[in-house]
Design a protein around this ligand. Structure first.
Ligand code: NAD
Length: 503
């Protein structure tokens, strides 16, 4: 059986020395629950080997001209396009999302590489001449050293591409720890990186679980950690790694609300909500999982339209191009989501559409759950307060826009949100005041494009700087400001006891 191993110091290990000491865990296809491979779970020693390789590669890599580092990224972009089918098959077969959705994910990753190609421009620094008598000052952005990334199962190609390409373009070296549920695409992309010309040790991939993560969080040689995953682990990663002196950005979970105003185009709104709630089986941190309808009439019409559209949703294997939605990632996750549905019913929400018990012919052992729609959900219900991460859309009812905004603002998460309306004043008020990091107006998944940055507020992000885009240049570099004067025969000064200034 295929072993999904580690990539350390430029060498892929699929059963050799470093995997010899690793525990093995099954990787399964969520559509059938057949085992497709065994992922190696790195020991502390294996992770330390990867960190040592990254540390050794750092001095030469940081001194390479940025343009040369970036040239590798141009080649990588071409390789990613050439191998898109293979990458997306890995994604679909391990995650379950439909192939076209995997293509969309990969395209977003490629767009990050395109932005990374502007690193020479982004790193050129700031210069001021004559800040004092014959004194010049400049600020430059220096790499940090060894950086590490820890990524979730749900965007196995895109999220790693948020991290390591910019990190290494800035002159750092990197150790990536992908999700153990969906490890193949990140490893394959890293191999393409080596093919594109990334030198040995600059990019390393260790597969693993908590043991690998904890080693990265505590090892003195690692300077910065980028994490994406659930909020409890994000908080743990943030507190542990900052306590060990590292720079940390830890992106957590979400509960994204869309407010539906009575003046919105309800047909378009319902269609937009279908994709945002059920795309990728609801396993997106930006998925809309709550629709807050303003007014009962609006709520009734919305529930009727969604119910009608759900009846036409095609659920099936992700490699079938007729499928709109695939299975959930694991049987354990399916059970968890079904548990939330049962709790929702117990707590008094109305299950308007019940997707449970769905069997797909030929894929009877898959983790399938049809789209579910709850109506009359209230703020204190568990299905509202917790992230479900499945194909479950909750409809809430309020009397005013402000009441709907209060529900969002008092929620612990603040990743994404959207307002559906035709009213420009309401839209402006909403985007100006809502306490959420990424806001859409009639755009249900307002995931910023690559030349902006991605990040939520409240307990959806621990740390300050957002992912990719301009913030990623700041995250993966340290500002240094140099003030310089050269001896000059025309300038003779006595000792200066006042604080230096421009005078
Ligand atoms: P997860 O938190 O279970 O795992 C994320 C990573 O942390 C994995 O690499 C995993 O191996 C590691 N990990 C898990 N448990 C750990 C532990 N106890 N100690 C140390 N490391 C541990 O998340 P997941 O289930 O893979 O991904 C889904 C979650 O990620 C959802 O909550 C989703 O909202 C969130 N997510 C957030 C964003 C964002 O940008 N905010 C993006 C994608 C996913």
């Amino acid at each position: 059986m295929k072993v999904i191993g580690h990539l350390i110091n430029g060498a892929l290990d699929t059963g050799g020395e470093s995997t010899a000491g690793s525990r093995l865990q099954d990787v399964t296809n969520p559509s059938t629950n057949t085992v497709t491979g065994k992922v190696a779970l790195a020991s502390k020693a294996t992770v330390e080997e990867a960190i040592a390789a990254a540390q050794a590669a750092y001095p030469a890599w940081r001194n390479l001209p940025t343009a040369k580092r970036v040239r590798i990224m141009y080649r990588l972009k071409t390789l990613l396009e050439q191998h898109a089918d293979t990458i997306c098959e890995h994604i679909t077969r391990e995650h379950g999302k439909v192939f076209n959705d995997a293509m969309g994910e990969l395209q977003r990753g490629i767009e990050n590489i395109e932005y990374v190609c502007s690193a020479p421009e982004k790193l050129k620094g700031e210069h001021s001449k004559n800040v004092g008598p014959a004194v010049d000052t400049w600020s430059e952005f220096q790499p940090l050293g060894v950086c590490a990334g820890i990524t979730p199962f749900n965007f196995p190609a895109m999220v790693p591409l948020w991290m390591w390409p910019m990190a290494i373009a800035c002159g750092n070296t990197f150790v990536l720890k992908p999700s153990e549920s969906t490890p193949s695409s990140a490893l394959f992309i890293a191999e393409l990186g080596i093919e594109a010309g990334i030198p040995a040790g600059v990019l390393n991939v260790v597969n693993g679980d908590k043991e690998a993560v904890d080693t990265l969080l505590t090892d003195k040689r690692v300077q910065a950690i980028s994490f994406v995953g659930s909020t409890p682990i994000a908080e743990y990663v943030y507190t542990t790694a900052t306590a060990h002196g590292k720079r940390v950005q830890a992106f957590g979970g979400a509960k994204n609300h869309a407010i539906v105003m009575p003046d919105s185009d309800l047909d378009n709104t319902a269609t937009a909500l279908m994709g945002a709630a059920f795309g990728s089986c609801g396993e997106r941190c930006m998925a809309i999982s709550v629709a807050v309808a303003v007014g009962d009439e609006c709520a009734d019409a919305l529930v009727a339209k969604l119910t009608k559209q759900i009846a036409t949703l095609k659920v099936g294997d992700g490699m079938d191009d007729q499928s709109d939605m695939g299975p959930l990632v694991t049987p354990a996750h399916l059970k968890r989501v079904e548990g939330f549905i049962a709790t929702g019913i117990e707590e008094g929400a109305e299950l308007a559409v019940d997707g449970r018990g769905l069997k797909i012919p030929g894929f009877e052992r898959g983790n399938y759950l049809g789209a579910c729609l709850f109506d009359r959900v209230t703020p204190e219900m568990t299905i509202h307060s917790r992230e479900i991460f499945g194909p479950v859309l909750c409809v809430m009812r309020t009397g005013t826009l402000q009441e709907a905004m209060d529900i969002i603002d008092t929620h612990e998460y603040g990743n994404g949100t959207c307002l559906f309306t035709r009213d420009g004043e309401a839209a402006r008020y909403f985007s100006d005041n809502i306490k959420v990091g990424m806001v859409g107006i009639n755009v249900p998944l307002p995931v910023p494009v690559a030349h902006h940055s991605f990040g939520g507020w409240k307990r959806s992000l621990f740390g300050d700087l957002h992912a990719y885009g301009p913030d990623s240049v700041r995250f993966y570099t340290k500002r240094k400001t140099i003030t310089q004067r050269w001896p000059s025969s025309s300038l003779r000064e006595g000792a200066q006891f006042n604080f230096p200034n421009s005078g």
